[in-house]
Design a protein around this ligand. Structure first.
Ligand code: NDP
Length: 500
């Protein structure tokens, strides 16, 4: 008897998705797709159903991928940057060709609404690859002539094999942020995506493969973190650099493991951003910015403005507008264009986020949300949570100190600039902040005083690839972006020439 088509299968067919369920997310090693290691399920967060399987890479798969990358490095590192650009442009063109597929895959992997994937997400992925390829071609180096006639010439050369370790919240975007500079600057790569989101990495490997990248230049090893692909990569003696994005605690473990073989590590870690709304802000815009900063990608964003600081004279009016806008968000089927809030990544994570809401119910006030929305089957088995606003908290409460990583924002009133700055800086993290104000002097004073890597003024999450990106304090080590990534992705050499 023919199998009846599931709700998801019917949706995928209607969307023109070219692959049939169950999906497979193999490794990509030395130019070939490899199914080896123990299979593990790929779970769709919106329904909790297994939609396919990936394979857990162990020491053997990691070693094969690293060896392939090391062999490929010999040729790739010697190519002219313009040659590497040709390959990366072909890679980016493939990403664009697969745009509708990536838009679906990101929803399947993460549970994010497809409408968010359609807002330039895939174009940004392609741009991430092209930007660094162009950068490597157009940027020169420095020379320092000395008074005694000697000349110093600063040269840069590729480092070697890079391990790119990414989290589950924006898997394909974050992978391309790392693949772009790694390959453009002449290194080769082994990508280890989060075990919860193996599909985007597999699709990126398909793009690299079809674009004709030489075997071994870009590899993917699927798997887990500790005692699995992630840890083996960070310990492998031939891996020379690790670009890691993930939790602060994981970053510290990776730094320790990398120390034995003195690898360089770039670490983009957790955050607890303050979104500071002053009374001089354009209120309508501030509400719209706050909605995005708090609930984009279900709030599962390291940059999320999860602490909302509002100047007291506008506190009530602002909250009324915000709560009305939050209530209008539509949780549900991520593949439905009308959905504005997706599912959280996993059951365990949903419980963790609910734990903070339980705390708020007992010790503070839940202004809206806080429960699992009632959704029709099959979404009643998904990991959904209503968008939640918490008030009546102190800056030192755990909901204001710890990264919740869900659709939960804690609101705090303040009276002075000094107070807002002290609250904003009063956390262990220092990734970013948002300042909403139309008073230029205030913007300058406040943004200068914030201990963070990025301040967005009257907006949130606008990324120019030329500028430095990274975190202060417990939010990271190093900066990536434009020439700020040189120290990490390149070796630097000084050639001192006598004038004879
Ligand atoms: P994790 O730190 O749990 O995991 C990140 C990656 O590291 C995953 O691929 C994971 O594999 C792997 N990993 C885990 N343990 C080890 C280990 N011992 N050795 C090597 N690799 C390991 O982060 P999440 O995936 O939970 O992502 C959420 C976090 O990412 C949040 O803290 C968020 O703030 C942060 N983040 C930071 C960003 C920034 O730019 N600063 C941007 C986006 C997110 P596996 O998943 O299989 O365990």
């Amino acid at each position: 008897m023919p199998k009846t088509q599931s709700h998801l299968e019917a949706q995928l067919e209607a969307l023109g998705f070219p692959f049939a369920l169950p999906l497979e997310a193999p490794h990509y090693i030395d130019g070939a797709f490899v199914k080896s290691g123990t299979p593990f399920p790929i779970v769709y967060p919106a329904t909790g159903e297994a939609i396919g399987q990936a394979y857990e890479g162990q020491a053997e798969e990691v070693d094969r991928a690293v060896q392939a990358a090391a062999r490929a490095f010999r040729g790739w590192s010697r190519l002219a940057p313009s040659e590497r650009r040709r390959y990366l442009r072909a890679f980016a063109a493939k990403v664009r060709e697969y745009k509708p597929v990536f838009e679906v895959v990101e929803s399947l992997d993460v549970g994010r609404p497809i409408r968010e994937n359609r807002q330039g997400y895939v174009e940004r992925m392609a741009h991430n690859l092209e930007f660094f390829a162009d950068f490597a071609v157009t940027h020169g180096s420095e020379a320092y002539p000395m008074e005694n006639g000697y000349w110093n010439v600063v040269q840069r050369f590729p480092v070697g094999v890079g391990a790119l370790i990414t989290p589950w919240n924006m898997p394909s975007m974050l992978a391309t942020w790392k693949i772009g500079p790694t390959l453009a600057f002449g290194n080769t790569a082994v990508l280890k995506p989060a075990e919860l989101t193996p599909l985007g990495a597999w699709l990126l490997a398909r793009c690299a493969h079809e674009a004709g990248l030489p075997p071994g230049v870009f590899n993917v090893v699927q798997g887990f973190g500790p005692n699995s692909a992630g840890e083996y990569l960070t310990r492998h003696p031939e891996v020379r650099l690790i670009s890691f994005t993930g939790e602060t605690t994981t970053g510290k473990i990776i730094l320790k493991n990398a120390a034995d073989s003195l690898k360089r590590v770039s670490a983009e870690l957790g955050g607890k951003a303050a979104n500071i709304v002053f009374k001089s802000a354009d209120l309508e815009r501030a509400v719209a910015v706050t909605l995005r900063a708090s609930f984009f990608n279900q709030g599962e964003v390291c940059l999320a403005g999860s602490r909302l600081l509002v100047e007291r004279p506008i506190y009530q009016a602002f909250l009324e507008k915000l709560v009305a806008a939050v209530k209008a968000l539509e949780p549900g089927d991520p593949l439905d264009e009308a959905t504005t809030l997706g599912a959280l990544i996993a059951e365990e994570h949903l419980q963790k986020v609910q734990g903070y809401i339980d705390w708020a119910r007992a010790h503070a006030e839940v202004l809206t949300g806080g429960r699992q929305p009632e959704l029709p089957p099959p979404f009643d088995r998904g990991y959904f949570l209503e968008p939640t606003v918490i008030a009546g908290v102190k800056p030192t409460d755990k909901v204001c100190q710890e990264e919740i990583f869900g659709p939960v924002v804690a609101v705090l009133p303040f009276d002075t600039e000094e107070e807002a700055i002290a609250i904003a800086n009063g956390v262990p993290y220092g990734l970013n902040a948002v300042v909403q104000s139309r008073d230029v002097g205030q913007v300058l004073r406040v943004s200068s005083a914030l201990e963070v890597g990025t301040v967005w003024v009257n907006d949130w999450f606008v990324r120019d690839l030329r500028v430095p990106f990274g975190g202060a304090k417990q939010s990271g080590l190093g900066r990536e972006g434009g020439h700020y990534g040189y120290e990490f992705y390149y070796e630097t050499k000084n050639v001192c020439i006598a004038n004879v």
